[in-house]
Ligand binder design. Structure first.
Ligand code: MN
Length: 495
């Protein structure tokens, strides 16, 4: 999908007290720091140094420019010298972009034999950044604080994680989620307040009649279907009955036709995330399973059964994960393996993204047993082993709560010859009993967004930027503490 060139604006705080020569040095050092981040190759966007600010007026001017600049997704701030923090007040009232407070120092080590009072005055982020931290705390500003030398790879990684979520946040603010059909009847957790969601996250949930999708599918030319099925054959293994002249070849062609119609409709509606509902497929031959798998793999967000929240989150996490190893997919908790630490078989009817596949997906056609449509085509595979995060956010009525579980994908203990759907098999940390109890106490969904490309730090940064509650279930979770955390969060977030 089309990429936007985003920027992180880097501003250095100082004051006029030190004289021009010191300020020239602050300016030169700041350029070197910005260049260092760009040269690290870790950041998903460009760091643009926007100057050293020395007065309230300069800060207001720069922050107004940041607010107005579409390409500016976040602001990184560093106090090279002391910068009296009252001069930041007017600007901080205005700034609406995500903030990272970089607490670094130009020189990595103290130059023992050279250090004098001029050096001390020039390199005093140790107290300049504390002064700045005070006013940020006083404002209760959501922000990330990253500490360490600006050449430290760990500092690059931490700034990069935040920058990735800034990109995702910008995309989410401008996202349109297209729903084909409504929620699955009577399901609570996949629904919620779409007005609150737009106020909190910026994304708009729209609705396209399934009949319009069906009409677009019906207009797809046979030659376009031929070309797409040829492409499938280069990318995937094919079951015998899906090969040319096979009994199910026609269903593969129908799936390709649906993919082409769905892509065209999403482009027309400017939707980068979408939902379907197996119970509302008027005019379509089969559930758009294969189409959902392939569009997710291109970067679209997806949620089944009308789950617009998960669709939006999948899109945001895919934007954040761009260029990282690993994959990101919609998934659903299906069946437990109550043995040892326990594990969960993750799948869906069909709609799992091939970006998480361990090996070449296999094209198969089988009955769905639900929804009353013809047998749908799907890509069958097992997820790559390794760590990842399973994330969701739920509407608690008046506010949103994000829940993230660190999980470890493991190989299934045996083949699953009678289960022709894509799947992941994971042990949630710290173990199934604790994880499932915590997840259920928090009111988490059965649908999640899984990513092996992102970590808890990305999700922490996301929740901080979005200013929503985040409850993390990890190897340190115990239920007594988790229950207390939920209650404390209830008090903190219920305003
Ligand atoms: Mn589902």
């Amino acid at each position: 999908m089309k990429k936007t060139q985003y920027e992180i604006w880097f501003l250095t705080g100082s004051q006029t007290l030190y004289g021009d020569e010191a300020l020239r040095q602050v300016d030169a050092d700041s350029r070197v720091v910005a260049d260092g981040f760009n040269a690290s190759g870790k950041l998903p966007c460009t760091v643009v140094y926007r100057g050293t600010v020395k007065s309230s007026e300069e800060i207001v001017k720069r922050f107004r420019e940041a607010n107005a600049a579409d390409q500016c997704v976040g602001v990184m701030l560093w106090m090279h010298t002391f910068s009296p923090a009252k001069m930041w007040i007017k600007g901080l009232h205005l700034l609406r972009k995500p903030i990272l407070h970089l607490h670094t120092q130009f020189m990595k080590e103290i130059p023992w034999s050279e250090i004098d009072m001029d050096f001390m005055n020039l390199n005093q982020s140790a107290h300049g950044d504390r002064e700045f931290g005070h006013i940020m705390a006083r404002f209760k500003k959501p922000r990330k604080v990253v500490v360490g030398h600006w050449e430290d790879p760990e500092v690059h990684e931490r700034v990069a994680a935040w920058a990735r979520m800034c990109n995702a946040w910008c995309e989410l603010n401008n996202l349109r989620v297209i729903r084909f059909g409504d929620q699955m009847n009577n399901v609570a957790v996949t629904d919620g307040d779409r007005v609150s969601a737009e106020m909190t996250f910026g994304f708009h949930v729209d609705y396209c009649p399934v009949g319009e999708l069906a009409a677009a599918v019906a207009k797809v030319s046979e030659s376009d279907v031929d070309a797409l099925v040829n492409e499938y054959e280069t990318l995937y293994e094919f079951a015998d009955d899906c090969k040319a002249n096979g009994a199910n070849r026609g269903q593969v062609r129908e799936a390709a036709r649906i993919e082409l119609g769905l892509r065209e409709t999403l482009e027309k509606w400017n939707g980068k995330a979408f939902t379907t509902n197996f119970d509302d497929l008027y005019g379509l031959n089969q559930l758009p399973g294969l189409a959902s798998q392939r569009l997710m793999n291109e970067g679209y967000g997806f949620g089944a059964e009308g789950d617009w929240k998960t669709a939006a989150l999948v899109r945001a996490m895919k934007v954040a994960a761009e260029g990282l190893p690993g994959g990101t997919s919609f998934l659903e908790d299906y069946v437990y393996h109550l043995k040892g630490k326990g594990a969960i078989l993750q799948a869906h009817m069909l709609e799992v993204c091939p970006s998480i596949a361990k090996s070449k997906p296999r094209m198969e056609v089988h009955p769905l047993g639900i929804g009353g449509k013809a047998d749908p085509a799907r890509l069958v595979f097992t997820a790559q082993e390794g760590p990842g995060v399973a994330a969701t956010f739920v509407d608690l009525g008046g506010r949103f709560r994000m829940i993230v579980n660190e999980v470890d994908c493991v190989p299934p203990e045996a083949d699953l010859p009678k289960l022709p759907v894509a799947r992941a098999f994971w042990t949630p940390r710290p173990d199934l009993k604790t994880s499932a109890a915590a997840w259920i106490l928090a009111g988490g969904t059965h649908h999640t967004c899984f990513s092996s490309a992102l970590t808890r730090e990305h999700m922490e940064d996301f929740a901080e930027i979005a200013q929503i509650e985040l409850d993390i279930i990890d190897s340190d979770t115990n239920i007594s503490d988790f229950r207390r955390e939920l209650r404390w969060n209830e008090a903190f977030y219920s305003k």
